[in-house]
Design a protein around this ligand. Sequence first.
Ligand SMILES: Cc1cc2nc3c(=O)[nH]c(=O)nc-3n(C[C@H](O)[C@H](O)[C@H](O)COP(=O)(O)OP(=O)(O)OC[C@H]3O[C@@H](n4cnc5c(N)ncnc54)[C@H](O)[C@@H]3O)c2cc1C
Length: 323
Amino acid sequence: MSVLVLLEGADGHVKKSSFETAYYGSQVAAQLGTTAIGLVIGEINPADLPVMGRYGLKKVFYNNDSQLKDFVPGAYVSVTAKAAELTGATVIILPNSNTAAAIGSRLAVRLNASLASNVIALPEVTDTTFKVKQTVFSGKAFADVLLTNDRKIIAVKKNAVEVVEQEGAAEVEALMVDLENTDLIGKPKETIKATGKLPVAEADIVVSGGRGLRGPENWHLLENLADALGAATACSKPVADAGWRPHHEHVGQTGITISPNLYIAAGISGAIQHLAGVNSSKVIVVINKDPEAPFFKAADYGIVGDLFDVLPKLTEAAKALSQ
Ligand SMILES: Cc1cc2nc3c(=O)[nH]c(=O)nc-3n(C[C@H](O)[C@H](O)[C@H](O)COP(=O)(O)OP(=O)(O)OC[C@H]3O[C@@H](n4cnc5c(N)ncnc54)[C@H](O)[C@@H]3O)c2cc1C
């Protein structure tokens, strides 16, 4: 028995967001009285991996098959299934990202496992039951779900646990898997990376703008605040549709789902489709000149005011704080 954690990599390194997934896995392992083992697929530098011991992993398997430099869903399923078999994993933790969306259900079928996505807390485990809390209906409600199969797959959202780093280094071992041709269906021919200072899905702080900004020529107001806070920038759908901002910055039901520690929304009304992508942020700050804007209902802090006055003031305050 063990808990297997799928870690995500980028540019040869384990993504920071995977530290939390690893820690979550280690806490589930502690609940079950077993150990947590990581798996990373792609061109990751193995020298980077012992550090995962700090997040509670005893061992990390890496698969650096050159065919899997880019994400290939079928192959990821096969490698993860192989690792699950090898480690006798009864619980498999996935990041609640596009990866989980692409492989979770296939992996569940392959391993005959129960699957829960959008999980926001550690499971409640007894001798006979395994219960997880997940968000449902685009984050508008919670569901407590019993996972009843012997194997369980949990796709865990950001901020589900507070990470506590510990001493220790993870053992590292290569895991190569003979892939079938069918595993490689869907292998991308070319990957074009989104440019930008900080990927929005990875950022701890996100500063986001909507139609209230009136046009792309005013985006420097948001970018200045983002620079002062070390934040990524995001936008509402109509903003991306109008070509004011690139589509990879669009958050919401039809865009990216994010859970930063701080989400600052300026000139965004707070339509349910927008909220669906951001409402699991830890702290939400809304700036809107309309006191009746629906976003204020979801906000932890609200500023009723003209963003053209408020954003420069916030930027000055953030700069002053960091000096
Ligand atoms: C199927 C479907 C999927 C969708 N998916 C998404 C999605 O993924 N993400 C998404 O964002 N939307 C999505 N939408 C669109 C969504 O319904 C809203 O239309 C959209 O979020 C509104 O964008 P907005 O808030 O930027 O613009 P608006 O609704 O036009 O709001 C602009 C806001 O700015 C405020 N404002 C104006 N000037 C100022 C100022 N000077 N200072 C301060 N505040 C000001 C206004 O009071 C207003 O609240 C989807 C819609 C559908 C039907």
